[in-house]
Design a protein around this ligand. Structure first.
Ligand SMILES: Nc1nc2c(ncn2[C@@H]2O[C@H](COP(=O)(O)OP(=O)(O)OP(=O)(O)O)[C@@H](O)[C@H]2O)c(=O)[nH]1
Ligand SMILES: [Mg+2]
Length: 364
C-alpha cells in the first residue's frame, strides 16, 4: 500500500466528483449538499512510469503496482462540532488515514448551491479547519479527563499524557493545528501518534477547478496564499472534467486528456504531492514471474524494506542486491547490470534509495 488519503471539505465542493476522478468508483454525485453520508472507499493502482519502463526490459508475466486508498466522506459545515449539518462524528472514518486532502471549491455554478452562498476559498478553508480543530479539542479534552481520573485513582501513570494533552489543548483553543506544536522528545512523538488527531496529520489542499475560467485564477491564488502561509502543498484538479474522462475507455481517455492540455491526471499529481509530503519512496522487486513496486518511508533500511515484501524476509535478512533504477535501464537487463558491476551487495544498514531494484537474500 502506498498511502491512505481522506478527502474532506465543505459540502458540495466536489469531493465525490474528485473521488470518482481518482478511483473511477462511481460514487453518488449531486448538486445538493450532504449527498455523501456513508463514506466511499476506493483502492487504486499507483501510476508509475518507472515500473512500466522496468516492465519493458524485464518482460515479467505479472506487473504489480503499489496501491493507495481514498476515502470520501460527508461535508463539514460551520457548527459541525455542535451538531450542525451531519455533525462531526463521521470524521472518525478518516482517523486512520496517512494524509488529508482538503478539497476547496474553486468553481462557480449556479446549479450547485454553496452552503455559505458564495465561493470564497479562504473563508471555506478556515471554516473547515476550525471544525477540525474543534473535533480535536473534544478528543484531547476527553483524554485529559481520563488521565486526570487515572492519576487521582493512583492506578496508572498519566502525567506524561496529561502534560502533552494540556499543551495540545492550549494550542487548539487558539485555533492552531496540532501539527504546529513542537514536540519535546520521541516519547511525545509516540504519544501524539497514538492520540491520532486530525490536525496532526499531513494535509494538502486540492483546488477543484471548474471548466469555466472566470474567477478561477483568483480563487486558485487565494488557496495558494493560505497554503503558503501554512507550508501546505496545493494540487490543482479539474474535478468534473476528470471525472468525465475517467468514464472513458483508457485509449480514448489519453487522447482527450492530451487535447484538453491535461498532461498529468489529478491522480498522478495527488500521488506525487502525497509521496513528497509523506516522504515516501518506491523500490522494485522481481520475484519469480512478478515485477512489483513497493512503497517505503525515505530513510528506511534494507531489512525494513524486505519486511514490506514479507516479514520472514526481514527476520532472516542476509543482504540486498541492489541496482539503481538508472543503471538498470542503462544496462538494459539485470544480467548486463551484474556483468558491468552495477549491482551492489548491501547489508542491513543500507538506506534504500528511490527507484532501487532489489533482490533480497534471506534465511527462512
Ligand atoms: N461546474 C462544476 N461543477 C462541479 C465541479 N465539480 C463538482 N461539480 C458539481 O458539484 C456538485 C457537487 O459535487 P459532489 O462531488 O457531489 O460534491 P461533494 O463535495 O461530494 O458533496 P457532498 O457529498 O454533498 O458534501 C455536483 O453537481 C457536481 O457535478 C466542477 O469542477 N465544475
Ligand atoms: Mg460527496
Amino acid at each position: 500500500m502506498g498511502f491512505t488519503c481522506g478527502l474532506l471539505g465543505s459540502p458540495n465542493v466536489g469531493k465525490s466528483t474528485i473521488f470518482n476522478a481518482l478511483t473511477s468508483a462511481g460514487a453518488e454525485v449531486a448538486s445538493y449538499a450532504f449527498t455523501t453520508i456513508e463514506p466511499n472507499i476506493g483502492i487504486v493502482k499507483v501510476p508509475d512510469e518507472r515500473l512500466q519502463s522496468l516492465a519493458r526490459i524485464v518482460r515479467p508475466e505479472k506487473v504489480t503496482p503499489t496501491t493507495m486508498k481514498f476515502l470520501d466522506i460527508a461535508g463539514l459545515v460551520k457548527g459541525a462540532s455542535k451538531g450542525e449539518g451531519l455533525g462531526n462524528q463521521f470524521l472518525g472514518h478518516i482517523r486512520d488515514v496517512d494524509a488529508i486532502a482538503h478539497i476547496v471549491r474553486c468553481f462557480e455554478d449556479a446549479n450547485v448551491a454553496h452552503v455559505e452562498g458564495t465561493v470564497v476559498p479562504k473563508r471555506d478553508i478556515e471554516l473547515v479547519n476550525a471544525e477540525l480543530v474543534l473535533a480535536d479539542l473534544e478528543t484531547v479534552e476527553k483524554r485529559i479527563n481520563k488521565a486526570e481520573k487515572l492519576i487521582k485513582s493512583g492506578k496508572g501513570e498519566g502525567e506524561k499524557e496529561l502534560n502533552l494533552c494540556r499543551k495540545l489543548q492550549k494550542a487548539l483553543a487558539k485555533g492552531l493545528p496540532a501539527r504546529s506544536l513542537r514536540l519535546e522528545d520521541e516519547e511525545q512523538e509516540e504519544l501524539i501518534k497514538e492520540i491520532n488527531l486530525l490536525t496532526a496529520k499531513p494535509v494538502l489542499y486540492v483546488a477543484n477547478l471548474g471548466e469555466e475560467n472566470q474567477g478561477q485564477s483568483q480563487w486558485l491564488s487565494a488557496v495558494q496564499e493560505v497554503a503558503q502561509k501554512e507550508g501546505v502543498p496545493v494540487v490543482e484538479i479539474w474535478g468534473k472534467i476528470e471525472a468525465e474522462l475517467s468514464e472513458l475507455p483508457e485509449g480514448e481517455r489519453a487522447t482527450f486528456s492530451k487535447e484538453m492540455g491535461l498532461e498529468r491526471s489529478g491522480l498522478e499529481k495527488l500521488i506525487k504531492a502525497g509521496y513528497a509530503l509523506l516522504e515516501l519512496i518506491s523500490f522494485y522487486t522481481t520475484v519469480g514471474v512478478e515485477l512489483r513496486a513497493w512503497t517505503v518511508k525515505k530513510g528506511a533500511r534494507a531489512p525494513q524494506a524486505a519486511g514490506k515484501v514479507h516479514t520472514d524476509m526481514e527476520r532472516g535478512f542476509i543482504k540486498a542486491e541492489v541496482i539503481s533504477f538508472g543503471d538498470f535501464i542503462a544496462a538494459g537487463s539485470e544480467s548486463v547490470a551484474r556483468e558491468k558491476g552495477l549491482m551492489s551487495s548491501e547489508g542491513k544498514d543500507y538506506i534504500v534509495q528511490d527507484g532501487d531494484v532489489i533482490q533480497f537474500r534471506f534465511n527462512v
